[in-house]
Design a protein around this ligand. Structure first.
Ligand code: UDP
Ligand code: MG
Length: 347
């Protein structure tokens, strides 16, 4: 009997009995597709993906994550997977969101290149070779850009335009279209990133912290034919909040005391100066200061300053727990030569 890899033992693909799966070598490409109530789209998605991928000549796997669908999505996926071991299906217990679905796919992906796309046929699998060609030019992440986007203007395209400008500005990673799911990553990039909230769209920005090269190519985009979009205008706000987190993670996550501490010191210094001035007015000039708004400001600044310093210290503690608890280094290695301590050199 075939011995399962450690990864598969941890995450058994329930629908495909392991003794059926003839997959012996690791595939080159891993396609990750999040699926939430996309039953009408699944058959065509599968045919189009298979058609596009088989002509490519690379070995591949498709990892479909059923994000707690209420429709027939999972049943359809199971049927397809029983007839095709290349299709791996993960079923969430409930709807955890697109980011969680991507994260589940990334952990399971075995390929050297991971490609993500939406299940609703708005992305076209025919564009996959274009992404791969761009990766070959030396990029580590290639993001699709829906140049001619077929979504409603006021509640989707306009907010998205503004959000893309804002994200590019704040993260200094300039992409036209952060929201496009059709992206290709070298596997190491996604394996190194922990995803929370709606962070999946920020992977290129977070990855840039690792020093990877991020590229972009125009891809086609079709209107949604079946099913409904799962998002409305409310997403924009969540994205903006996540942006604050990302900005913080990118610049200060390893040195919280430097940012909170500086604000704290500045505030305390201003507060103390005001305090000294008021003391001078009271003690030397012998005037009353009890009813001066400045006194309140001085107290406020000092209290805030102490708070900020305390937050910086807490941040430092938390950072240590974060990095040390998970053995997560504060750097990313590109490659190592002759640095494998596990083997001894024989001459
Ligand atoms: N999706 C998901 N979980 C969710 C919401 C969406 O897995 O909670 C999937 C959905 O099935 C689709 C993709 O994420 O494959 C993008 O969703 P949608 O098309 O609704 O987003 P839009 O294209 O409108 O931004
Ligand atoms: Mg869509």
């Amino acid at each position: 009997m075939e011995i399962l890899s450690a990864q598969e033992q941890q995450h058994p693909v329930s629908s495909v009995p392991h003794w059926v799966a003839p997959v012996k070598t690791k595939p080159t490409l891993s396609i990750v597709v999040p699926i939430y109530n996309e039953a009408e789209n699944i058959p065509q998605l599968y045919t189009r993906l298979t058609a596009a991928l088989t002509t490519l000549g690379h070995s591949y796997e498709i990892i479909a994550i059923d994000d707690g669908s209420h429709d027939r999505s999972f049943n359809l996926l199971r049927e397809l997977a029983l007839g095709d071991p290349i299709l791996r299906v993960v079923r969430f217990r409930r709807n955890f969101g697109q980011t969680a679905a991507f994260a589940a796919g990334f952990v399971r992906a075995q390929g050297q290149v991971v490609i993500t796309l939406d299940a609703d046929l708005q992305n076209d699998p025919v564009d996959i070779p274009l992404l791969l060609a761009k990766l070959d030019e030396g990029y580590d992440v290639v993001s699709g850009w829906r140049e001619r986007r077929h979504d409603p203007f006021w509640n989707r395209r306009l907010p998205s335009l503004l959000a893309n400008r804002l994200i590019s500005f704040v993260t200094s990673v300039h992409l036209h279209d952060y929201g496009c799911s059709l992206k290709a990553y070298r596997s190491a990039v996604v394996k190194d990133i922990q995803l929370y909230g709606e962070l999946h769209r920020f992977i290129p920005a977070i990855a840039s912290w690792q020093g990877v090269a991020v590229g972009e190519i125009p891809v086609s985009h079709a209107p949604r034919r079946f099913g409904k979009s799962k998002y409305g205008i409310g997403r924009t706000l969540r994205v903006v909040l996540d942006l604050v987190t990302v900005r913080f993670l990118l610049s200060y996550a390893t040195r919280p005391m430097q940012i909170f501490g500086s604000i704290g010191l500045l505030s305390s210094f201003l507060g103390a100066s005001l305090g000294f001035y008021l003391a001078y007015v009271r003690l030397i000039l012998q005037q009353s200061v009890g009813d001066r708004p400045l006194l309140l400001l001085a107290v406020l600044l000092i209290v805030l300053g102490v708070q900020f310093l305390g937050m910086g210290l807490l941040g430092e503690l938390i950072t240590r727990v974060y990095y040390e608890g998970r053995n997560k280094p504060i750097y990313v290695v590109r490659e190592e030569i002759n640095n494998n301590s596990d083997y001894s050199v024989e001459r």
